[in-house]
Design a protein around this ligand. Structure first.
Ligand SMILES: C[S@@+](CC[C@H](N)C(=O)[O-])C[C@H]1O[C@@H](n2cnc3c(N)ncnc32)[C@H](O)[C@@H]1O
Length: 352
């Protein structure tokens, strides 16, 4: 059962060790998983088969990240398994520890991998939506933004909007080219975030961060953002909603009359036809004038970078709004050709 799929998954594990993300701590685990699969470990193969039976459409790339997070979650509480991420330990020791971890935690691993998504959350991702939504509201003279974030994770983005302290700290590390949109306060009246059930908790989100100094810094930024935005906690409503359930999604958007919806780093994991169906459902049910913003990796996670795209209610074309050099929004972000169409004004990069 699933023999060809196992071989293909093995090829993905080998290829992913060369991926830039590996440099942020995951490659040791990818190597150990590759080795475990090569030995045809019966329990690991049984676990993989159970996942493929439960989630036939899961991509290899998503499965690798889910196994990583599920193993890391266990390693965080069982200190002796932390050696899995310790490059000073030899390959055979790490393989042995992984074999035991899988054997002792097969049921838990299966539950997490079958039931969850990768919930890595970027604390800086709101930088682009802040400027684009603020400009959109000003350009269209919208005095009430009813906001929804799809695939929100813990709901940090809806909290961060309009927080100038958080914005100013992170904006320093993101350079717009060739021009920078103006910061504007968004006239937010409603802030919602939804994620698929079961809602991710902090423990799971933490496990989705790579075991490296780089990701430790990103996680600290997330924690700091939660502290800084504690004042709006009660304004942000988080709900369980599977956005693939299109009738429910449509009803939720219509009922709440959302006119700005974002969806960051969630849609890319689905087939193109599924992404398009969700986008159509969102845009057809939003209030007008309305803006749907998406952010997705540029190169299917094989290289850094992300694309910010938009759709206006009543207009079928996809708008090129920005391209960032790094999915964590550190570095450079190129203003897209359609950005002036949305926000109607330009400010040269570096001008006052
Ligand atoms: C990689 S995280 C991104 C979190 C956050 N939006 C960000 O960009 O930092 C993707 C999130 O989308 C959620 N997600 C995936 N499929 C979903 C679905 N069908 N409905 C709702 N949320 C979903 C996952 O649970 C996860 O929390």
């Amino acid at each position: 059962m699933f023999h060809e799929r196992q071989r293909e998954f093995g090829r993905t594990l080998t290829a992913i060790q060369l991926h830039q993300q590996g440099h942020h701590g995951w490659s040791l685990l990818h190597q150990a998983l590759d080795d475990l699969l090569s030995t045809k470990d019966a329990i690991f193969c049984r676990l993989l088969n159970a996942v493929w039976a439960a989630r036939p459409d899961i991509s290899d790339a998503h499965l690798v990240t889910l196994i990583g997070a599920a193993v890391r979650q266990i390693a965080q509480r069982e200190r002796e398994t932390a050696v899995l991420f310790d490059s000073s330990r030899d390959v055979a020791t790490r393989l042995d520890i992984l074999r035991q971890l899988v054997m002792q935690n097969e049921a838990e691993l299966g539950k997490q991998i079958c039931g969850r998504s990768n919930s890595f959350t970027g604390a800086r991702r709101f930088l682009a939506p802040q400027l684009i939504i603020g400009g959109f509201a000003a350009e269209h003279q919208i005095d009430e933004v009813r906001f929804l974030d799809l695939g929100t994770g813990l709901g940090i983005l809806p909290r961060q909007l309009n927080n100038e302290v958080v914005y100013n700290r992170f904006a320093k590390d993101l350079v717009w080219d060739p021009w920078e949109p103006e910061y504007r306060v968004i006239p937010l009246t409603v802030r919602y975030g939804v994620d698929a059930p079961p809602l991710p908790n902090m423990d799971w989100v933490r496990a989705c961060y790579g075991p490296s100094r780089y990701y430790e810094e990103r996680f600290q930024e997330l924690m700091w953002s939660f502290e800084q935005t504690a004042g709006v906690e009660s304004d942000v409503l988080i709900r369980e909603l599977d956005m693939l359930d299109l009738p429910r999604l449509a009803d939720f958007i219509l009922t709440n009359q959302f006119n700005v919806v974002t969806c960051n780093f969630a849609l890319f994991q689905y087939a193109q036809s599924v992404q398009e169906a969700v986008e159509r459902c969102v845009v057809q049910n939003m209030a007008s004038p309305g803006l749907f913003l998406t952010m997705n990796p540029s190169h299917a996670l094989l290289r850094p970078g992300c694309q910010v795209r938009g759709r206006l209610v009543g207009n079928t074309s996809e708008l090129q709004l920005a391209d960032a050099s790094d999915a964590h929004l550190i570095g450079t972000i190129i203003a897209g050709t359609d950005l002036p169409f949305i926000i109607g004004q330009r400010k040269r990069a570096g001008s006052e």
